[in-house]
Design a protein around this ligand. Structure first.
Ligand SMILES: Cc1cc2nc3c(=O)[nH]c(=O)nc-3n(C[C@H](O)[C@H](O)[C@H](O)COP(=O)(O)OP(=O)(O)OC[C@H]3O[C@@H](n4cnc5c(N)ncnc54)[C@H](O)[C@@H]3O)c2cc1C
Length: 439
């Protein structure tokens, strides 16, 4: 199943600037000024994945933990970080080469996202680019040539940022009950009315990949019908668009928002794929997003554990390093093994996902089970590692400058989004164990 090493570094870097190659020469440099060396076992990764990890780590090393501490405290967008990754072409890692992307798979995108969180950037770093990497996938697959050439190169170059608008306050995880309506007008354009919530980066995004209902739920045969996908401008100068930033627990550098549409006008050519097929189109990308989130969770967990081990080696109480006490060491060793197991599940799922795109014998159900399991296991392992990292630091675990409190606040996100742990357990109960559907 493993993807052969099909691309040389020069091919891999072709759509990128010279920067990744220059940075690769500094491969022994630490991720950031305050993060200890990486803990994750690298056996089994392809040469391309290792190359991606090293090159992305080199970009991240220019953004030390102090950068992320400050941006978290000031709730300031990490604009420079997004720009640095865009400058070197990383936002196009899984987008087609003909549009300026690198044409790599979700396996490589997952290791990129893991490397970002692991660098100390945490979920804030990942979320500042997540939608640009992920929400552009359905667009790349189902958009018209005109839509692709107009949009994707601008997102890869970092000129435009994207956000993903699915969640609604009155629908929650029951996505098929979303009620934001896109009403077609006599000239073919649409008017959008409704509310989205938790939309990451809406304040800085030029584009929103939006899921809205084009046919009311009571007029379709199945609730999954009548939803449509749009790639719209978030033009704050136009009437009918409003947003409010949500104060949140973690990843505070990156904005999350309530977004209101009130008869907001968008042109006909913002529709992606066929009208009414939006849910099917979104489904194509959901397993990919589970893999990316799993990678993000893993990176956070390894970063926290690295900090905890470093502190436990150096902090002396009762005239011995605290890590000499098995009550401190064993929970950390156990957290490491949980992360390593989740890592295997994550890169197995990503490999399956990539294989399924060219190999019809790889069943979508198998990809779904693997991707959901990976997201669940990685989120739980990250939570365990982050919590134990705070506790291993004692009082200093509560201090901003030691970073683990930030990781702990952020590690709840992969447990909640884009699908909660309970819904994954529901899914495995139903699809694998054949238990009665509970929702
Ligand atoms: C930081 C952050 C960033 C986000 N970014 C985005 C974004 O960019 N775009 C976007 O569209 N969305 C985004 N989201 C939204 C996210 O995807 C949702 O919060 C998530 O899907 C959960 O939906 P909900 O909050 O409405 O929970 P609810 O649906 O209200 O569920 C609440 C709780 O009830 C449980 N529950 C509900 N039904 C069942 C059931 N049948 N069985 C068992 N348990 C059940 C859930 O598991 C959960 O624990 C983001 C969320 C966060 C926190």
């Amino acid at each position: 199943m493993s993807r052969p090493f099909a691309r040389s570094l020069s091919q891999l870097a072709r759509p990128l600037s010279q920067k990744p190659r220059q940075l690769l020469r500094r491969r022994h440099r630490d991720f950031s000024t305050s993060t200890p060396r990486h803990l994750m076992g690298m056996t089994g990764f392809t040469e391309t994945q290792v190359t991606v990890r090293e090159a992305v780590a080199a970009v991240c090393s220019r953004f030390p933990n102090t950068y992320w501490q400050e941006h978290d405290q000031s709730e300031q967008d990490p604009t420079e970080f997004h720009a640095a990754l865009a400058k070197d072409g990383w936002l196009g890692i899984a987008l087609p080469e003909e549009l300026g992307g690198a044409g790599l798979g979700i396996s490589e995108a997952t290791i990129m996202m893991q490397t970002i969180t692991e660098s100390g950037a945490g979920m804030a770093g990942a979320q500042s680019i997540h939608a640009n990497v992920y929400a552009t996938q359905p667009l790349a697959r189902f958009g018209t040539q005109e839509q692709l050439h107009r949009t994707i190169p601008n997102i890869i170059s970092g000129q435009w940022r994207a956000c993903f608008g699915v969640t609604e306050p009155n629908a929650g995880l029951d996505t098929l009950r979303l009620s934001t309506a896109a009403k077609v007008q006599p000239d073919g354009s649409y008017r959008i009315t409704g509310q989205k919530i938790w939309i990451t980066c809406a304040q800085v995004a030029r584009k929103m990949i939006l899921l809205a209902r084009t046919t009311p739920r009571d007029e379709v045969r199945k609730p999954s019908e009548g939803l449509s996908l749009f790639c719209i401008d978030l033009d704050r100068t136009q009437p009918g668009l409003d947003m409010r930033r949500i104060k949140k627990m973690g990843g505070r550098a990156v904005d999350a928002n309530e977004v209101w549409f009130d008869n907001y006008a968008v042109p006909a050519d913002t529709l992606v794929g066929a009208e009414g097929e939006g849910f099917k189109i979104i489904l194509h990308g959901m397993n990919a997003e589970r893999c990316l989130l799993a990678g993000e969770a893993l990176g956070l967990g390894y970063a926290a554990l690295g900090k905890a081990a470093e502190y436990a080696r150096g902090r002396v109480v009762f005239q011995r390093p605290i890590g000499q006490n098995q009550a401190v060491a064993h929970p950390l060793a156990d957290a490491y093994m949980q992360l390593e197991a989740a890592k295997l599940a994550t890169y197995h799922a990503a490999r399956l996902y990539d294989a399924s795109r060219s190999d019809a014998t790889v069943q979508q159900d198998a990809v779904g089970v693997a991707a959901n399991s990976a997201k669940y296991l990685a989120a739980e392992a990250a939570f365990t590692a982050c919590e134990r990292a705070v506790l291993a630091h004692g009082g200093m675990g509560y201090a901003v400058e030691f970073d683990v409190e930030r990781y702990f606040r952020e590690c709840l996100v992969p447990r909640i989004a884009p699908v909660s742990r309970e819904m994954i357990l529901n899914y495995i109960s139903e699809k694998v164990l054949k238990l009665p559907r509970s929702y």
